[in-house]
Design a protein around this ligand. Structure first.
Ligand code: BGC
Ligand code: MG
Length: 538
């Protein structure tokens, strides 16, 4: 039923489409995307050819961080629908041959979660407080937090709160916003609770769970200082005392056993961002997570030597543990590729983003496509008053944050919200820029040269060529310093030109797909700058 080769597990080489639920499709006209909206658009995902859909958090939440502040791990926020809507989505997806992956946010809860309310109402040292990371206030220096850890969204990672009944104040840890208190994974009761939560979604039929901040759950036992530079390096540096602590591997081994015992091919996917290929690969050893996001490509510059180096090192590290990468170019946290690469030309056909897509989709392993990436959407420069990302306020309004990659999808060329919402609806929760319809699904479906057409063709070919592009090994091919070129086991090949001039390629065979028309020149093929081609032996 999937794009994987016969006998292959779907997630090993599949393409998974990330839906940011708030911004995908709004069925009830409140300006917020919802689960019935996703269900109604599943045929679009089928036409795109993806294997699976990953839904970002739709759980009850005060939305201090777009739903990554969960107040109930087993429910659906009324803004997004009901549990019945969720079940209907899963049933429809399965009927259409799509797998469904949900987000799991185990590093922190919302401060509105009953566990945290209970903790605040309980004295220091109580079982309720031990679900979180509370620390005493130092009597000699009551304003000094327990250590120097910084929140990823700005400011100290500690907040001081009063205790009931005249007990002394305590600090609690929040690696993200103060509305997202960190859980204490050293607590066996908490681990038992989460096993039940994982189980509950597996029983509801999900094919996978995507574990948010999977490398952050355990903290250094002595809570040692993190030192200078930690904020800038927050997402990248595995040497932080709040990242990549040994306890996390035992936890995932336990979850793996539990998940593999459930019938069906269920997968545990980790949002692991350590930027050290070897440490990253340890999370996907055979008895740990099934898959971990590979953000290396997302962080890499548009520069052939860097791309070759990154891809090579990553593949080698994963190969050593018998796993394959899960490549990511875009997400709800990153600046969209069209804008990030400067993208040679801009507009709906921005060249570099298109070439990068062909590169990613030609690599061994799985690939994630973030909604709107297939439309070549740019990052939107939103007005100050529209910004909702907590980073904006927490940084003292100096860092604009991630909202620019979360603007609601344009489905049609015209109309009030380009059919994100039904007619007469409330305005979308983030404003769509003028002219957004030029990028719409409708407009691009009618245009064979569109970015949507390119993604559709690439995903379809990826399935056909040599059974499964995701599976075969890669052999580098030297086509000059500005070109990333390789062949795969069955002769399928890809070449990407990041340089400033056209590069003649000889002996490539027959062109299957190209990000821009590539002209034959004598016996060679002339690959323009910022372009990619796929080929097979003639
Ligand atoms: C999610 C972010 C979120 C953070 C805290 C991340 O990895 O992708 O959107 O802000 O976790 O939950
Ligand atoms: Mg809605």
């Amino acid at each position: 039923m999937t794009g994987s080769a016969p006998g292959e597990l779907w997630w090993r080489g599949g393409v998974c489409y990330q839906v940011y639920v708030r911004s995908f499709a709004d069925s009830d006209g409140d300006g917020v995307g919802d689960l019935p909206g996703v269900t109604a658009r599943l045929p679009y995902l089928v036409s795109l050819g993806v294997d699976a859909v990953w839904l970002t958090p739709f759980y009850p939440s005060p939305m201090a961080d777009g739903g990554y502040d969960v107040a109930d791990y087993r429910g659906v926020d009324p803004a997004f629908g009901t549990l019945a809507d969720f079940d209907a989505l899963v049933a429809d997806a399965h009927r259409l041959g799509l797998r469904v992956v949900c987000d799991l946010v185990p590093n922190h809860t919302s401060d509105r979660h009953p566990w945290f309310r209970e903790a605040l109402a309980a004295p220091p040292g109580s079982p309720a407080r031990r679900r979180y990371v509370f620390r005493p206030v130092d009597d000699h220096d009551p304003d000094r937090p327990p250590n120097d850890w910084r929140s990823a969204f700005g400011g100290s990672a500690w907040r001081r709160v009063p205790s009931p009944d005249g007990w002394p104040d305590e600090w609690y840890l929040h690696l993200f916003s103060p509305e997202q208190p960190d859980l204490n994974w050293d607590n066996p009761q908490l681990r038992a609770e989460f096993r039940k939560i994982v189980r509950c979604w597996l029983d509801r039929g999900v094919d996978g769970l995507c574990i948010d901040m999977a490398h952050a759950l355990f903290k250094h036992p002595d809570m040692v200082d993190a030192g200078a530079g930690q904020h800038i390096e927050f997402r990248r540096n595995h040497l932080m005392p709040f990242f990549d602590q040994p306890g996390v591997h035992g936890l995932y081994r336990q979850w793996r056993t539990m998940v593999d015992a459930v019938p069906g091919e269920r997968a545990l996917i980790g949002e692991v961002c350590l930027f050290d290929a070897d440490r990253q690969a340890r999370y996907v050893r055979p008895d740990e997570l099934h898959q971990a996001f590979t953000f290396e490509l997302l962080e890499c510059d548009w520069f052939a030597p860097a791309l070759r180096d990154t891809i090579g090192r990553t593949l080698e590290a994963y190969r050593r543990v018998g796993a394959r990468p899960a490549w990511v170019l875009n997400s709800h946290d990153a600046t969209r590729t069209v804008t990030r690469y400067g993208s040679g030309g801009g507009g709906p056909r921005a060249a570099r983003a298109r070439a990068a897509a062909l590169l990613m989709l030609a690599l061994p392993g799985a690939a994630y496509v973030y909604q709107g990436e297939e439309l070549g959407l740019p990052q939107v420069d939103l007005p100050d008053e529209a910004l909702r990302d907590p980073i904006w306020e927490r940084s003292g309004r100096t860092v604009r944050g991630r909202d620019g990659s979360r603007v609601p999808i344009p489905w049609t060329a015209d109309g009030e919200t380009y059919a994100f919402s039904p007619d007469g609806a409330d305005p979308p929760w983030l404003p769509q820029p003028d002219g957004w319809g030029a990028w719409s699904v409708q407009r691009q479906t009618a245009d064979p040269a569109s970015t949507l057409a390119l993604y559709r063709a690439a995903i379809r070919l990826r399935r056909k060529v040599g059974e499964n592009i995701g599976a075969a090994e890669l052999t580098w091919w030297d086509a000059g310093p500005d070109v990333v070129a390789f062949r795969r086991g069955d002769g399928f090949g890809c070449a990407v030109n990041t340089g400033g001039g056209a590069v003649p390629l000889t002996g490539v065979g027959r062109v299957l797909l190209a990000s821009v028309p590539a002209e034959p020149a004598g016996g060679a093929l002339l690959l323009p700058p910022d372009a990619a081609v796929w080929f097979i032996p003639a």
